[in-house]
Design a protein around this ligand. Structure first.
Ligand SMILES: Cc1cc2nc3c(=O)[nH]c(=O)nc-3n(C[C@H](O)[C@H](O)[C@H](O)COP(=O)(O)O)c2cc1C
Length: 206
């Protein structure tokens, strides 16, 4: 009888230890899975709608629009800068821009270009030069082998040209990107930047 009780107690102990072990393993497994899912979900949430404003400017107009978009969207921002500084004289600048276009040049950029992983929306801003985007924008676009899964929203400033004929180049060099209709502000509209940006963003569901 005593032997039987000892066996039963032993069996009970084994079962209890077994149950505890299984529970422990499951808890670990679950907490591991939960943590991974949470990280992935958090990442997904960010990459789903994460935006960056990337712009170049010579006299500050495009910077004004870029910063307005940044504030209204809550986006990150990156200022593209060429290694060679552009002349301040308009006439000299005209010559440089014409020469860059004629040579289809790729002016070198300074600094480390942003890692676009995790960004879904790229607001890309530049002034219109001789009806086109500055060639340095092509340098930027050529840097990335693919824009798959990313949407580019171009914005420009100009005397009167709107987006000019910059879109074909953007589409050619931003490989596999999607595009939304751009915002082309003229210099005399800059006083209304906040409202014009707001309504453009609203049309694009931001
Ligand atoms: C070299 C050069 C070429 C330009 N070409 C045009 C043009 O073709 N059409 C236009 O409407 N404005 C043109 N502009 C005016 C600029 O696009 C405009 O002033 C713009 O707002 C400048 O932007 P930023 O201050 O960001 O450099 C030109 C300006 C420069 C310096």
């Amino acid at each position: 009888m005593r032997k039987l009780s000892l066996i039963l107690i032993g069996l009970g102990a084994i079962i209890i230890v077994g149950v505890l072990l299984v529970t422990h393993i499951n808890t670990d497994k679950n907490s591991g899975t939960t943590t991974n899912q949470t990280v992935a979900a958090t990442k997904n949430k960010q990459s789903d709608g994460k935006s960056i404003v990337i712009y170049m400017t010579r006299t500050g107009n495009t910077a004004t629009v870029a910063k307005t978009i940044q504030k209204q969207v809550g986006a990150d921002i990156y200022h593209l800068q060429t290694k060679e500084k552009y002349p301040t004289s308009y006439q000299k600048m005209l010559k440089v821009a014409r020469s860059e276009q004629n040579r289809n040049s790729r002016p070198e950029l300074t600094g480390k270009l942003p890692n676009l992983t995790g960004y879904k929306y790229i607001f890309l801003g530049y002034p219109i030069w001789l009806d086109k985007n500055p060639m340095a924008i092509n340098t930027f676009l050529n840097h990335y082998p693919s824009f798959k899964g990313k949407t580019i929203l171009p914005f420009t400033t100009s005397g009167s040209s709107g987006l000019g004929s910059s879109m074909p180049e953007l589409k050619q060099y931003a490989k596999r990107a999607s595009f939304r209709s751009g915002l082309g502000l003229t210099d005399d509209q800059l006083g209304d930047t906040k409202q014009l940006v707001r309504s453009w963003l609203a049309k694009n569901h931001f």
